[in-house]
Design a protein around this ligand. Structure first.
Ligand code: MG
Length: 333
């Protein structure tokens, strides 16, 4: 019974709708499916307008405030190609200025183990991932290297304090960033994945000197368009960074056994809990610039585990004690 009804509904919902979106005096065309969510529609709109999804307010005849719910399926709305949608939103250039005053949701909620497993295994989320794999092609800046593991790095609060202000962005860079990247590059290809937009990823990484450093190369940059929106019972919907997107496009190089991802938000690796390491956020750069040693300690960890064939069985929560144990083993050897 269940499979029959899901077949029936997927026949209806996979239908594509072409929508016209009006924004700032111009019209844009986006194509969506019924089984996309409002959140995904906003991503499509972002691709053509550069207005980040969280900045968009969507207006459409007869749907009221429903478009404020990012988890709502588009098949639940009376969308028609003949009607135009209006988007109200701030252009990206204003956002950095805005960021300083706007409170941001930064709480790193911890999902229960059972719930996290549930999200990763849910068919609807796997399907979202497959769709993202089809739509989002990763552009390589440098070739993948044979025999290397993969390190995926978040930017904000991981490599950079984006909430403090400074005349020179270098003052907000996490200490030892270049030393860290140089050292781990010997064993890992490096991909940077931020929940902001490509424009800012390139700008920030360029300003910090990460993109043209002679001592290491960045394999690829990914932004929010590569993320997927998932739903949890206790926390509602949120975006996350599914590593499966990378594994599907470069299966001869990267997989769940040789990839590790650093992010200050644990929820970002909910689709790959075994591959995530929750890094202590780097905040208040001006007072912590001289104290923060995380990247030095993590260099030791990454180089120590690089000799393992499979790093997915490690519990990265215990990375600090792994360092101590390795140190002790070496002293007693
Ligand atoms: Mg972050």
């Amino acid at each position: 019974m269940a499979s029959t009804s899901s077949l029936l509904s997927s026949a209806v919902t996979e239908e594509e709708v072409t929508l016209t979106v009006k924004w700032s005096g111009k019209e844009y065309t986006v194509r969506v499916c019924g089984d996309d969510t409002v959140g995904e529609l906003k991503r499509r709109i972002c691709e053509v307008t550069n207005v980040l999804p969280k900045r968009q307010k969507l207006l459409y005849p007869k749907v009221g405030s429903k478009l404020a719910d990012d988890s709502l399926l588009l098949s639940q709305l009376p969308l028609k190609s003949s009607l135009k949608m209006t988007m109200i939103g701030t252009v990206e250039d204003d956002i950095i200025v805005d960021q300083v005053d706007s409170p941001e949701i930064i709480d790193d909620f911890e999902l229960g183990q059972a719930e996290a497993v549930d999200i990763k295994d849910k068919e609807v989320n796997k399907q979202k991932l497959r769709k993202r794999i089809d739509r989002c092609k990763i552009e390589l800046r440098n070739p993948c290297r044979n025999g290397k593991k993969l390190l995926v790095l978040d930017i904000d609060y991981t490599l950079f304090d984006h909430r403090s202000t400074a005349e020179n962005p270098l003052e907000l860079m996490r200490p030892y960033l270049h030393e860290f990247l140089t050292a781990v590059y010997s064993e890992y290809d490096i991909i940077i994945w931020s929940a902001t937009s490509m424009k800012w990823v390139e700008l920030k990484m360029g300003e910090l000197g990460v993109l043209d450093n002679p001592n290491y190369k960045i394999t690829a940059l990914l932004d929010h368009l590569a993320m997927i929106t998932v739903q949890s019972d206790s926390r509602g919907t949120f975006d996350c960074k599914p590593l499966g997107l990378i594994w599907a496009q470069f299966p001869e190089f990267y997989n769940s056994r040789n990839t590790i991802m650093f992010d200050d938000l644990r929820r970002n690796f909910v689709m790959n809990p075994q591959n995530g390491l929750a890094i202590k956020p780097f905040k208040q750069a001006h007072s912590n610039r001289d104290k923060d040693q995380e990247l030095v300690k993590l260099t030791h960890y990454l180089l120590a585990i690089a000799e393992l064939d499979d790093i997915s069985h490690l519990d990265h929560k215990n990375w600090e004690s792994y360092n101590e144990d390795t140190f002790k083993r070496r002293r007693h050897a």
